[in-house]
Ligand binder design. Structure first.
Ligand SMILES: [Fe+2]
Length: 166
């Protein structure tokens, strides 16, 4: 059995994972609108991952005899300034998720809920990967910025003026 406090906090996290999924879904559609199908698909994978996290937590609460209540969610941000802004938002969000997971772990330790501690370890490790993946794309976007402009410059250089018949 989970203590009521731990159950409430985990249920809150389930809803937060679904909210996270909505954020990534909004970002995926922003990328789709710009015509970046690769970035769109990356964020759709992220969306699926967040739903998977929610399902994993749900299964655990149900197995422990708790009750999962699904709430409404805040609207995600749909407008971004750039692809870099999308990933900076994602990183900030993942850092917040990490601190929420740590908070859950603190409560599990306090309450000597060893099964929950063991379960949460997966999320602790997962967050290291989530933050690292997002941070490395931010680095790459910054790195390719210059070379990306170079590629675009080459593409634009191929444009020629073909005089239409007078
Ligand atoms: Fe997550």
């Amino acid at each position: 059995m989970l203590t009521k406090k731990l159950e409430n906090e985990i249920v809150d996290q389930i809803n937060f994972e679904i909210y996270s999924a909505h954020i990534y879904l909004a970002i995926a559609n922003y990328c789709a609108d710009l015509g970046y199908s690769g970035f769109e698909s990356w964020f759709m994978v992220q969306y699926e991952e967040e739903l998977f996290h929610a399902k994993k937590f749900m299964k655990f609460v149900n197995e422990k005899g708790g009750r999962v209540i699904i709430t409404g969610f805040e609207n995600p941000v749909n407008e971004y300034d750039s692809l870099l802004h999308c990933f900076e938002t994602a990183l900030e969000h993942e850092q917040m998720v990490t601190s929420r997971i740590y908070n859950l772990m603190d409560i599990a330790i306090e309450e000597r809920e060893h099964a929950t501690r063991s379960f949460l370890n997966w999320f602790v490790d997962e967050q290291v990967e989530e933050e690292d993946a997002t941070r490395s794309i931010i680095d790459k976007i910054k790195l390719v910025k210059e070379s990306g402009l170079y590629l675009l410059d080459q593409e634009l250089a191929t444009r020629v003026f073909t005089a239409p018949p007078l």
